[in-house]
Design a protein. Structure first.
Length: 164
């Protein structure tokens, strides 16, 4: 099964594709970027178009999207929500099943505890996927972490189903 992980953002949107076979295998990852000076509607359209192109090229089966972390910066949370909506539309328009994970859920699944910092998550992404080095883009690493989280959740569901 091929999973597309997405870390939403309106300036930088991270994506990561992972094949969940005997072991996890990275297919591709990167960051879709837009200039902060570009109008929001133009950024969203660009991200939607680029994400659709990636989905068409790699044909994932499911998408794992990180939910926005809402802190005291409401403006930032709203912008991330817009990017999340674009990711949902792109995935849904191509028939992907979509799953949502909070940052804490992703950290728990990838690093073993929900309070892991960025460096710990990046190192664990590297280890889970057997990468020679940590992905340079934090957004791409976070997207790969979302995909890994979803793969772990799928395995857990399969184990639970087999015990019934």
């Amino acid at each position: 099964m091929r999973i597309l992980g997405i870390d939403p953002g309106t300036i930088n949107l991270g994506y990561g594709l992972v094949d969940d076979e005997e072991t996890l295998k990275v297919v591709d990852y990167g960051t879709l970027s837009c200039s902060p000076q570009t109008l929001m509607e133009e950024r969203l359209l660009s991200l939607y178009t680029q994400l659709n192109r990636i989905i068409s090229e790699y044909r994932p089966d499911e998408a794992a999207i990180e939910e926005p972390f809402v802190s005291q910066n409401v403006r930032s949370a709203l912008a991330i929500g817009k990017a999340q909506t674009i990711a949902i539309l792109a995935a849904a328009s191509q028939g992907l099943a979509i799953y949502y994970y909070s940052p804490t859920q992703i950290k728990q699944q990838v690093a073993g505890h929900g309070q892991a910092n960025k460096e710990q998550i990046q190192e664990m992404v590297k280890l889970h996927l057997g990468l020679p080095q940590i992905p340079r883009s934090n957004d791409a690493a976070d997207a790969l972490a979302a995909a890994i989280c979803h793969c772990q959740q799928n395995k857990l569901k399969q184990k639970l189903a087999s015990w019934k």
